[in-house]
Design a protein around this ligand. Structure first.
Ligand code: URP
Ligand code: ZN
Ligand code: ZN
Ligand code: ZN
Length: 488
């Protein structure tokens, strides 16, 4: 398509403001946003009358081409991103998994996987062990590689789980680098005990998964991570908040002024765990992820928390497996690969669940699907805004059209979809990725290798004034008490 593009007559929505305006794009960058822009004949014009023109979605949480011992997720950086674009997401942040704990080797592997990208992307980095080389590599990641966030797993015992000592060291290092600490919050020792108990009871099916790791274990780990982050005085980002228990810990900390971010994901907002009791193994297993999708009630509470600002942005944790891969755990739920799809569905689901239902405004929709993510990871307003100078990552949503989700029509390589049959109002009709029209008339036009790596600088707004808080704390400490030398 043309390198010059005009979107005419739509309602342009940013997180702070919406108004009727045209958007003119040249060479992948937004040049002008104002009513009645006049252009030459060589400009490709899209009519957006009656529709919303919004920043493309940014998914803060997805796993493309992720290895799990002997298998790899079905969606790689090309198919997963193609699916994302068809669903109105124009950037995702993936999690680099270290190789035997080595961050540099992990990054190299992910840089290779990402070569086939068809949309922009960034990286978080997982930290799974602690030594001098990990500490040094964290510094290299932040100062040279454009990574400003590190994820610590408090579960997956025997694989990625870290103890409190490592958590404290990692948080301290994050703070010194201006990087954001992220946690997967579940008590891994208790989960391990819970799983053994299920197996002893003969509960080997997918329902053993939620039974073995109840919401209380997510609440406990969330509380512990929050208190340790406060002890270190560094901001904390809790990924995939799935329960009321975890959400309430975040609410309490934020109310007291602590810098804690909570990320619900599409599956937690849209589903409940009843599927895991389905008599057909594959049907049940496809809903298995960690932390588990919770019982009815948690979904509505997470929606309300999102609407009221207790939680700040929505991810997906897209980690797609096919039926054959899920069947690996037919005799033992512990062997079922964890993860559900969502990178293609998130934007439609959040529109349907949050906007159509009247829980949030359209500007709020933009904030929690795009802008807040860009702010937290320090790439705003290059991303997350329709402003002159921003990257032209743009979607057009028709509020009067409707979407329908099915594995038969989705763009993921998985043969199943956890949202199978779901319908709703509000359809993303056009997706523009850095000025290229990649989704229009239900057709994808994507090319591997066109996506760019987005470097994310340290010290996001979450760090503003943190040093003052440290100084106040140090000043509040009393000098050591002077005692006479012992005479005994
Ligand atoms: O079940 C999940 N969430 N799989 C992906 C890895 C993770 O913990 O985010
Ligand atoms: Zn305006
Ligand atoms: Zn996780
Ligand atoms: Zn994840």
């Amino acid at each position: 398509s043309s390198s010059k593009l005009l979107i005419k007559g739509g309602t342009v929505v940013n997180a702070h403001h919406q108004h009727l305006a045209d958007v003119y794009v040249e060479n992948g960058i937004i040049v002008t946003v104002q009513p009645n822009i006049m252009v030459e004949d060589d400009v490709y014009v899209i009519d957006a009358t009656g529709k919303f023109v919004m920043p493309g979605g940014i998914d803060p949480h997805a796993h493309l081409a992720m290895d799990a011992v002997d298998i790899v997720t079905v969606d790689d950086f090309f198919s997963g991103q193609a699916a994302a674009l068809a669903g109105g997401t124009t950037m995702h942040i993936d999690f680099v998994i270290p190789v035997n704990g080595n961050l540099t080797a992990g990054l190299e592997a992910y840089e290779n996987k990402a070569k086939k990208s068809c949309m922009d992307y960034g990286f978080h980095m997982a930290v799974t062990k602690w030594d001098e080389s990990v500490s040094r590599d964290m510094e290299i990641m932040v100062k040279e590689k454009g990574i400003n966030s590190f994820k610590f797993f408090m579960t997956y015992k025997g694989f990625f789980m870290v103890n409190d000592e490592l958590l404290l060291q990692g948080f301290k290092k994050c703070k010194s680098l201006g990087a954001l600490a992220m946690v997967h919050a579940e008590n891994g020792d208790a989960v391990d005990a819970g799983q053994q108990k299920m197996i002893e009871l003969g509960i080997t099916g997918p329902e053993g998964h939620p039974l073995s790791r109840p919401a209380a274990l997510e609440g406990e780990a969330t509380s512990r991570a929050i208190r340790l982050a406060d002890f270190v005085n560094t901001p904390l980002y809790v990924v995939h908040v799935m329960s009321i228990d975890a959400m309430e810990e975040i609410a309490k900390a934020r109310k007291s002024g602590q810098r804690v971010i909570g990320e619900p994901i599409a599956s937690g907002l849209a589903l409940d765990d009843s599927w895991l009791w389905h008599p057909d193994f594959v049907t049940a297993a496809k809903y298995l992820m960690s932390p588990p999708i919770r019982s009815k009630g948690h979904d509505k509470a997470l929606q309300a928390a999102l609407a009221t600002g207790v939680l700040q942005l929505v991810g997906t944790d897209h980690c797609a497996w096919n039926s054959t891969q899920k069947t690996r755990g037919i005799d033992d739920f512990r062997k079922i690969p964890n993860g559900v799809n969502g990178i293609e569905e998130r934007m439609h689901l959040v529109w349907d669940i949050m906007v159509e239902s009247g829980q949030i405004s359209v500007t709020d929709y933009v904030r929690l699907t795009s802008t807040e993510c860009a702010r937290i990871f320090n790439i705003y307003p290059r991303k997350g805004a329709i402003l002159p100078g921003s990257d032209a990552d743009i979607i057009i949503l028709n509020p009067n059209s409707s979407f329908e989700i099915s594995a038969k029509s989705h763009h993921s390589r998985s043969d199943t979809n956890v949202y199978e049959g779901r319908k709703g109002k509000g359809k993303i009709e056009v997706t523009i990725s850095r000025g290229r029209v990649v989704w229009e008339n239900n057709e994808l036009k994507v090319t591997p290798g066109t996506g760019k790596y987005i470097e994310m600088p340290p010290y996001s707004y979450l760090f503003d004034g943190l040093d003052k808080k440290d100084a106040i704390y140090l000043n509040s400490l009393q000098a050591p008490v002077k005692r006479a030398k012992s005479t005994t």
